[in-house]
Design a protein around this ligand. Structure first.
Ligand SMILES: *[C@@H]1O[C@H](CO)[C@@H](O)[C@H](O)[C@H]1NC(C)=O
Ligand SMILES: *[C@@H]1O[C@H](CO)[C@@H](O)[C@H](O)[C@H]1NC(C)=O
Ligand SMILES: *[C@@H]1O[C@H](CO)[C@@H](O)[C@H](O)[C@H]1NC(C)=O
Ligand SMILES: *[C@@H]1O[C@H](CO)[C@@H](O)[C@H](O)[C@H]1NC(C)=O
Ligand SMILES: *[C@@H]1O[C@H](CO)[C@@H](O)[C@H](O)[C@H]1NC(C)=O
Ligand SMILES: *[C@@H]1O[C@H](CO)[C@@H](O)[C@H](O)[C@H]1NC(C)=O
Length: 324
């Protein structure tokens, strides 16, 4: 030790790279297990056991020598998420995306990551259920598992994640409906992205109490009523129910003043357009391919939209379509 302290090059090293930047040796061992479980892909070539994992390893972020961020992106990896990932207990950001042939499920050990705030596995081939135990991660604000092969139903326990701001589960193979419990989130009400799954059935009535900012349900097979997403009282900004099997009377809906984007295209929505639509500051609007009828209310921004955004209904008329 004495000899080392006297070594001038090491002296300079510690001057300019304080100890806090070098990597915790347990974390380093864990990262190497993760690398092995991904079959030592080319994108992790910088993960060289001879170098410091905090300064020299791609995608690794440290705080006080512990790994707090792990970003792995855009590579051909053939492998699984190592069980040992749960040993990186200081992780705040876990962000893996565009990893072809990353397969298998989300290991239970992930529940040991109590400090996790950002959890993303996007565009991979992960499969199995979205595990119920994911909700044990009570500090997570963003849960993004989009573009994978998850099947089974959406775990109702997600509503117990009190800091959640975004639920992004689009482009999977999820089945069933939205959980009843999404009518009572314990914390903030998250933005809900569930498009392009195999979800079906009726939306629980309990959701009428939930004031979502954003709801994207396009490309599923939901049926029946969708009135729980409407209402004067809400502050919803984006509502996309397109490409489902919804069947409800649009003339009875009341709209949130905040609504900016409304896509109901490709459903079985019927009756007339309420005149209240002319009062909204819409910048996106699509009601094509439904069973709507009657005259399009004139005024406001409705006439700014194109013919094809009103097309293929039963008997809609008036600008921008033909005169009634
Ligand atoms: C490790 O990172 C430091 C600081 O960025 C750099 O000076 C050094 O050359 C790197 N070592 C290797 C082996 O890449
Ligand atoms: C959330 O993280 C804080 C530290 O950032 C930690 O003290 C707390 O235990 C975590 N909450 C839960 C529910 O694990
Ligand atoms: C999910 O997919 C797996 C195969 O990947 C299958 O064994 C399992 O039965 C499926 N589960 C559900 C609920 O569809
Ligand atoms: C969609 O749901 C309806 C029942 O509401 C069912 O008859 C139909 O087969 C489903 N379509 C698909 C593609 O699953
Ligand atoms: C709107 O909100 C108010 C106060 O929060 C409540 O009293 C009223 O019942 C709500 N109306 C509807 C239609 O939900
Ligand atoms: C509305 O739906 C039609 C038919 O699917 C589509 O061609 C058009 O691009 C959509 N418009 C918008 C703004 O999404």
């Amino acid at each position: 030790m004495r000899m080392k302290l006297l070594n001038p090059s090491l002296f300079f090293f510690f001057m300019f790279f304080p100890c806090s930047r070098s990597c915790n040796s347990n974390d380093k061992t864990t990262l190497l297990k993760i690398k092995k479980s991904l079959n030592n892909p080319q994108i992790l070539n910088s993960w060289d056991p001879k170098t410091d994992c905090c300064t020299n390893w791609t995608g690794v972020v440290c705080t006080h020598r512990r790994i707090t961020g792990l970003t792995i992106a855009a590579g051909d990896v053939v492998g699984q998420i190592a069980e040992e990932i749960g040993d990186l207990t200081d992780l705040v950001i876990l962000d893996w995306s565009s990893l072809s042939r990353l397969r298998g499920t989300i290991p239970r050990s992930i529940t040991k990551l109590k400090n996790l705030v950002y959890l993303r596995f996007r565009i991979t081939e992960l499969s199995g259920q979205v595990p119920d135990y994911i909700s044990e991660l009570r500090n997570v604000t963003c849960l993004d598992l989009s573009f994978n092969r998850f099947n089974g139903s959406i775990p109702g326990s997600i509503s117990q994640m009190q800091r959640l701001e975004t639920i992004q589960l689009s482009h999977n193979k999820l089945t069933g409906s939205i959980p009843e419990s999404f009518g009572s989130f314990v914390g903030k009400i998250p933005k809900l992205y569930l498009g392009n799954n195999h979800l079906s059935g009726e939306i629980p009535k309990s959701l009428s109490k939930t004031d979502f900012n954003t709801v994207i349900l396009s490309g599923n097979n939901f049926s029946g009523d969708a009135s729980m997403f409407f209402g004067h009282n809400k502050t919803t900004v984006t509502l996309d129910l397109s490409r489902n099997n919804f069947h409800f009377d649009l003339s009875k809906m009341k709209f949130a003043k905040s609504l900016v984007s409304l896509d109901l295209s490709h459903n079985r929505v019927f009756r007339e357009l309420p005149s209240e639509l002319t009062k909204l500051q819409l910048n996106q609007f699509n009601i094509s391919f439904n069973s709507l009828c009657g005259s399009i209310p004139q005024g406001g921004l409705l006439q700014n939209f194109e013919v094809f955004e009103f097309s293929n209904n039963l008997c809609l008329c008036g600008a921008p379509l033909k005169r009634c």
